[in-house]
Design a protein around this ligand. Sequence first.
Ligand SMILES: [Ca+2]
Ligand SMILES: [Ca+2]
Ligand SMILES: [Ca+2]
Ligand SMILES: [Ca+2]
Length: 366
Amino acid sequence: MYRTIKVTLIIGIVLLLLLAACDRVPIPVTGDEAPPPEEEALAAEAEEPVVPDTATPTDEPTATPTSEPPTEEPRVTPTPLPPPVHTDFPGGAIYYDAQQVSDCPSGGSRKEGEPVYVGTGCDVWEQNILERPLDMTLVGYNPNLDIVQQQFGNYAGWYYARMLVYQDPFTATDLNNTYGIEIDLDIDNDGDLLIYVINPESLDENAWSAERVYVWEDRDDDVGGATRVAADDAPFEGTGYEVKLFESGYGDDPDLAWARIAPAANYAVEFAFKDELIGGNGTFLWWMWAGKDVFFPGMFDYVDTMLDTETYDLDNTCRWLFGIPPQDLANICPYYKPGPESAPGQCFCPPCNDPTGAQCPPCSCP
Ligand SMILES: [Ca+2]
Ligand SMILES: [Ca+2]
Ligand SMILES: [Ca+2]
Ligand SMILES: [Ca+2]
């Protein structure tokens, strides 16, 4: 009996020792290792269904339609306006010699097959002086855009203006472009009115026509941007010419403005507009434009809204005063400035604005 008990105890002790040893030795993992916590999260995420569960309220679509289907929108057919009825027509254009000025004739020295040469000073982007009668190759000449002379006049309630383009012997000249005038009514060197015509070539037999003639106004006086005349550094954020007064005979006055190809010169575009357009003001500053594309009134001045490298098909002219003698203004056309002539043995002292002469510096001949 005692022997049996002893053997049982020994077996029990051996089993207890074996169990204790099993608790201390790690259980080897053979490939089914559990991932760390962050990997568990990613794995759980990857296991989410790709297609949302439409039964879950949070997965309901939140976007709402922004417009009705086209088929449900009522179709509104615009009623065509009746054609404008004209009663006042311009007469024969009258021009003044003192109102004739010239622009760089870039085709003047051109030889067939050679690129156009633009004279020094004829194109200065920073000063809004453009002479770019070119095609998109930047070297091909487009005589239709090369203004060479411009003139103004008035008679019997109408103002007249015309511009001549270069007659190129090597290229057929046509006037299938946009031509325009800017008018500065208060002579502060920014345009207040823009008048232009698109494709005057197709006007009917050289008759005056209001077709494709536009008149725009800069009512909030921001044409020219931060620096009048000159190209601005900062982007222009104004409205340019923002009020359209006239289009093809539609406007308060269907007879306000007209254009045609001048009968006397097939290379001239001619404009006529009523005195009322400039409010009876007989003095103003004017200059002209020619461009291949339609004009964008809201982008004037172009030097404030475009880059120098973006334009190749524009020509504008110097500026000239109507109704008063020329004076020093930015981009004014060249003119003769009369001055005192020195008599032999005398010298000229510069004018002094002190009428008493007391503050004037002494003047002596060198
Ligand atoms: Ca020119
Ligand atoms: Ca002005
Ligand atoms: Ca400017
Ligand atoms: Ca404006």
